[in-house]
Design a protein around this ligand. Structure first.
Ligand SMILES: Cc1cc2nc3c(=O)[nH]c(=O)nc-3n(C[C@H](O)[C@H](O)[C@H](O)COP(=O)(O)OP(=O)(O)OC[C@H]3O[C@@H](n4cnc5c(N)ncnc54)[C@H](O)[C@@H]3O)c2cc1C
Ligand code: FES
Length: 285
């Protein structure tokens, strides 16, 4: 159960994890997530599903190594078993023919937006893709996106590939298109989603974001993932994780995400295998 088929670092600090879990693989839909625990002592963390193969009974995750739990996942090898793998959780992305959809992915969100873009393409949409990273060596799946995108824009902070800058180039990208997209979907870090929503609010284009608050149970029981959307209290795990980015209270969201920052940092310093001390394929913790 929950056997690791593959765990590879695809770009620095970003890992691909393929897990054998036939039940989840047969039910998962674009936009949904799972909750995993790397080992019996580990905490439960939510991760979006980036791909799956229902015949083989496997799902694929792309995760960024940021702290203790993702550090433990980064030490897994083919043949290991996850202590917990629960899902599918959350609501699926509403797939329909909207016309043109602009899909934006940054850091782990490049992986998680892939099945969304693929399903939207299959539904007849024109897909414009924007991939964002600090440098070209941190971008991945560019070729995979190129095969399903009508147009693809890469943005790198250092200008080593595509446009130089960050998501602040979004308005320029939209203005360069023959007509504005009918909707925009953004997956990735909080800054990327909040900033993109701020820019598209002015343009009046529906913008959906895949919120990533702290979660525990992922089934609406604990209340940890509470967010305010359109002045209403929502639980991201059962009401989301996808919401209208123009309606999210981003200030509150950012504050709640940092709630356990000190404890996490302390724990990570004390116990976790740091990215610098484990070599690919060989955990030295
Ligand atoms: C629905 C959903 C889908 C997600 N999908 C992905 C994904 O596909 N790939 C990926 O790399 N990450 C994803 N995340 C974020 C991922 O869950 C966190 O990066 C992870 O929990 C960090 O754990 P850690 O112990 O390694 O780091 P920590 O030391 O716990 O924290 C590092 C950072 O992550 C934040 N964080 C801590 N715990 C959580 C938590 N339980 N949920 C969310 N954020 C947290 C902290 O505020 C801090 O900013 C997703 C989050 C949600 C809610
Ligand atoms: S994670 Fe507990 S209510 Fe959403």
């Amino acid at each position: 159960m929950n056997k690791v088929i593959e765990r590879t670092m695809i770009v620095p600090n970003m890992h691909l994890l393929e897990i054998e879990t036939p039940e989840i693989a047969s039910k998962i839909k674009p936009g949904q997530f799972i909750i995993v625990r790397a080992n019996d002592e580990g905490e439960r963390i939510p991760l979006s599903v980036a791909d799956w193969n229902s015949e083989k009974g496997t799902i694929t995750i792309v995760f960024m190594e940021v702290g203790a739990s993702t550090g433990a996942l980064a030490c897994l090898q083919a043949g290991d078993e996850l202590a917990t793998c629960v899902g599918p959780l959350g609501n699926e992305t509403q797939i329909a023919n909207y016309g043109t959809v602009l899909c934006i992915g940054g850091c782990y969100g490049i992986g998680s937006i892939y099945p969304v873009a693929r399903a939207l393409k299959e539904a007849g949409n024109q897909i414009i893709t924007v991939l964002e990273a600090r440098s070209s060596y941190l971008l991945y799946w560019v070729k995979k996106f190129a095969t399903l995108s009508n147009k693809i824009f890469n943005i790198t902070r250092d200008g080593s590939l595509g446009m130089k800058g960050h998501i602040n180039r979004l308005t320029e990208i939209i203005n360069s298109l023959p007509k504005p997209p009918d909707r925009i979907i953004v997956n990735g870090c909080t800054y990327l989603m909040a900033h993109a929503s701020e820019l598209t609010r002015e343009l009046g284009i529906t913008t959906l974001v895949n919120l990533n608050p702290i979660m525990i149970d992922g089934t609406g029981m604990c209340g940890v993932c509470r967010v305010t959307v359109a002045d209403q209290r929502k639980f991201a795990c059962v009401d989301g994780p996808e919401f209208n980015g123009h309606e999210v209270d981003w200030k509150e969201f950012l504050a709640r995400r940092k709630a356990y920052m000190n404890e996490e940092t302390l724990f990570f310093r004390k116990s976790a295998p740091k990215p610098a001390v484990h070599k690919e394929g060989k955990c030295q913790a």
